[in-house]
Structures are given as C-alpha cells and as structure tokens.
Design a protein around this ligand. Structure first.
Ligand code: NAP
Length: 374
C-alpha cells in the first residue's frame, strides 16, 4: 500500500521530540493514588471499583466520583483492561450535556480512550494476553474509561509499545483515529499534496500534523498562541500560522504561493467560508469539528471542482478500525506517532477537565486523567 511505503521511509521527527511529551505535562502532585498499585499478576479485584458516573445529563457538576461502582461485565470477544490513564475528548462533554445524537442509558461512565494493562480476556480473544500493555480506542456499551477498569470490544484494544507512556497511550484513541480517518480514508491525501490542519494545536490537530507529515505531505498548521504554534512545529508542520491574527488566511496563501489540496477543519462554523477560498483544483475539505452553523458561498467549489466532506469516527466500519489500528500501531513502532500530552488531571478533578477542554484557550495537545499508578 502506498501509505505504508511512505511510512516505511519516515524517520523525520527529531529524536528529542520523540521523548518530549513530558515537557508538556503538568506536575502530578496531589493526584489520586490507586489502591491497585501491585502488578497485574498479584492483584485481585473486588466486585466494585472507583469510577466517574453520570446519573443525569447536565453541566460538569453531574460528573460524580464514586467508589462502589460495579465492575463492567466481560463478554465474548471483549477485554477487561486495568486503566492507568483515560483520555478526555470534547465529545464526552456533548454527551454529558445530553446534546449528542446518540446518548447512553443513565447512569453511565464517560470516556472511550484509555491505556493500561490487560486484566482479563473474554472468550474468543486470541491476539492479546493478560498483562499486555494496551491502549483502548473505544468501549463497550456498559463501560467507560474514566474508571479503574474498562471493558472494550477486542476490535478497539491495541498493543501499546514501550516507547510511549500510558498517558500518551490514552491520547491515541479518538484523536489519532479521527485524524487518520479524515486524512487517509476520507480525503485520500497523497504524498506531495499541501495540507492545512486548521486548529493544529489540539489533540486532533497534533495527531493530524504527525500523520500528514508521515505520508509526505507539505503540512501547514494553525494555532492560537505562540506555545501552541511551537507544539505544531515540533509535531512536524512545515509552516505554522496564528488563527487569531487578522488576515492570516491571506498570508498563508501568499506565503505558500498556492492554496490547499486538503483542509482538515476543526472549527468549521468559524472557518469554512474562508477555507473555500483557499482551494487548489480537486481540493477536499474535511469537516472534523463544528460548533454551530456557518454561511458559505458554494460557488467557490465550482471552478476548483472541490468538495466538502464530513468525518465521524463513530461511523467507522470494522474494516476501517482494523486499517486505522494497523497504521497507528505501525506508526508507534516506527516512531512517527507521538501523542502530545498537555496536562494531567486527577480523577477528582474530572469536573475541571470537562470545563477546561471546552473553555481553556491555547491548546497544546491532549488532556488526560490519571486513574492509577502503574
Ligand atoms: P482540542 O484539543 O480542544 O483542540 C481544539 C483546537 O481548535 C485547538 O487546536 C484550538 O487552537 C483550535 N481552535 C480554536 N479556535 C480556532 C479557530 N478560530 N480556528 C481554527 N482552530 C481553532 O479538541 P480536539 O480533540 O482536537 O477536537 C477538535 C474538534 O474536533 C472538536 O470540536 C471535537 O468535538 C471534534 N472532533 C470530531 C470528531 C469526529 O469524529 N468528527 C472526532 C474528534 C474530535 P488554540 O487553542 O491554539 O486556539
């Protein structure tokens, strides 16, 4: 496959950056310390666990840290994972508010991304063993990752190579899989194309920059702060611009001397109208994030014969998951997948992280919750 060949030749990220995520991590002082500190092999678990639960939809205050939550039920072709870190995604705030197309039954445990150790295997799972380091990119209907244990369908559980920390492992799921889906499965980005990652400093943006660079695209990213711009460059972008600066869109095109083949759009309600004025012939604009409606002039699509497409990780097929997982696991092993962890929170700071992921300015990668010591 063309993409795999491009990846094979990739060794472009500086070695210093491979280990850099700690530079972006906050001190862990005062964080929750798990009772499950023994290694998996000596550990026995009771019938209940510590987990965050939501009993009614609403603001961050409906997130309740509880100690007596029943362990999720393990079924055929599923994996029980002891969680060390859980990744936090904007979608978990939409669901918590009850503002999402598919809502879980109440009460539920939020979260789909995690990293930890395989604790138990359901019947039929043959590609993993108890004690493996893994990351989880999706959970089963009766489980969520803001908890000491999570159950996931084996399709969503992948080996976590030693070169990544558990915090980084918990940053892979939604962000990297969506970025891969947008760039490769939907936009069919090819080596040599010019890609704009609009909103490149966040969890999805830093992932998209790394993947686009890995396949040999010319990568342009935007961020809203100097620190965010530095992160985008370290992720491999060739050029970075500040999306809070006046007329930056015009400056990007002037600087490059060209428009874009692919735009990965993380805030379409603000940017889509401008995106359509920066297109090369045959361009593809991928709407990944959108928080409202927007006026566009479809005429801008006509001459370049360009298209706008939607991206939904939740609409992925099993074949998509298998492809995305294989590529991302290969990227971890060969060195071009390097999740950037911005800040770690304790479990009892879960309300704060749900506030911050929506309202804090100046993204620098992923927000994660530390659930337990390793
Ligand atoms: P995040 O980590 O909070 O990042 C948000 C990004 O938006 C940051 O890079 C931020 O940059 C940027 N941004 C802020 N103002 C902007 C502007 N005017 N123009 C361009 N970018 C701007 O969130 P995330 O996890 O990366 O997710 C990003 C969006 O994608 C969210 O809306 C999320 O719900 C959505 N998403 C969708 C899917 C899907 O399946 N469709 C999957 C994952 C995520 P600064 O902070 O530097 O200003």
């Amino acid at each position: 496959m063309k993409f795999q060949r491009a990846l094979g030749s990739l060794r472009m990220l500086s070695p210093t950056y491979v280990n850099a995520p700690h530079n972006f991590s906050q001190a862990r002082d005062g964080c929750f310390s798990s009772q499950y500190v023994d290694s998996f092999s000596t550990m026995s678990i009771g019938p209940t666990m510590k987990a965050v639960r939501v009993h009614r939809f609403g603001g961050p205050d409906v997130l309740s840290l509880e100690t007596n939550v029943p362990l999720p039920e393990l079924k055929q072709n599923q994996v029980l994972v002891r969680v060390l870190y859980a990744g936090v995604n904007p979608v978990e705030t939409y669901i918590r508010e009850g503002q999402y197309s598919r809502l879980p039954d109440l009460p539920y445990i939020p979260g789909s991304d995690a990293a930890g150790y395989v604790h138990q295997l359901g019947e039929g799972v043959t590609n993993l063993k108890v004690g493996d380091r893994v990351f989880v990119a999706g959970t089963s209907s009766n489980s969520g990752s803001y908890a000491q244990f999570v159950v996931s369908d084996a399709t969503f559980v992948f080996p976590l190579h030693e070169r990544l920390t558990f915090a980084q492992g918990s940053s892979l799921g939604v962000s990297f899989f969506t970025a891969y889906k947008a760039l490769i499965l939907r936009a069919k980005t090819r080596p040599g194309e010019v890609v704009l990652v609009h909103g490149a400093s966040g969890a999805g943006g830093t992932a998209a920059v790394q993947i686009a660079r890995a396949i040999g695209a010319t990568v342009v990213g935007t961020a809203g702060t100097k620190e965010g711009m530095d992160v985008v460059l370290k992720c491999g972008a060739h050029h970075v611009f500040n999306h809070n600066h006046k007329c930056y869109e015009k400056k990007m095109v002037e600087h490059l001397g060209t428009g874009f083949d692919v735009i990965i759009e993380h805030l379409a309600n603000i940017n889509l109208g401008h995106d359509l004025q920066m297109l090369k012939p045959g361009a593809r604009v991928m709407v990944v994030g959108c928080r409202g409606s927007v006026n566009i002039n479809p005429r801008h699509l006509m001459l370049p014969e360009a298209s706008i497409g939607g991206v939904a990780l939740g609409a992925s097929t099993t074949a998509d998951w298998n492809e995305m997982g294989a590529a991302i696991v290969a990227g971890i092993e060969s060195g071009w997948v390097n999740p950037v962890v911005n800040k770690e929170y304790c479990m009892d700071q879960v309300q704060q992280v749900h506030h911050d992921i929506i309202y804090s300015k100046g993204a620098k990668g992923k927000l994660v919750i530390k659930v337990a010591d390793g």
